[in-house]
Write a protein that binds this ligand. Sequence first.
Ligand code: 5GP
Ligand code: ZN
Length: 117
Amino acid sequence: MSAEHTCLFCKIIEKQIPAKVVYEDDIAVAFEDVNPQAPVHILVVPRKHIPDIQSMTDADRETIGHLFWIAAKLAAEMGLTNRGYRTVINNGPDAGQTVFHIHMHLLSGRTFSWPPG
Ligand code: 5GP
Ligand code: ZN
């Protein structure tokens, strides 16, 4: 079975698994994280199954850039720009990536520490 058929986020994108979708277009889907780490915790996920950053091809550059565009749009609409927000892509096991379909975390609503744990 291909990675796309077993991938949790592909299933959410295809609406085979329910999620609280807050935005979607023909390139990406944004939905609430099931285990939020902040008052706002949204995952912005490309429809294309790209496992991680190093799996990107030249053709994926606009797709990945689009994730930032969606994060900025959601942050503006949700009134997050004054206080700020954090965007995170965990890449690989040591970075804490658990779902191998690239995704951007959009976190806000509290103060975050630096460096991250
Ligand atoms: P990672 O650890 O790969 O950077 O992030 C994966 C994220 O997916 C985690 O924050 C986790 O809470 C979230 N997650 C895992 N399973 C589900 C699910 O079934 N639904 C939703 N909405 N989020 C999930
Ligand atoms: Zn996938």
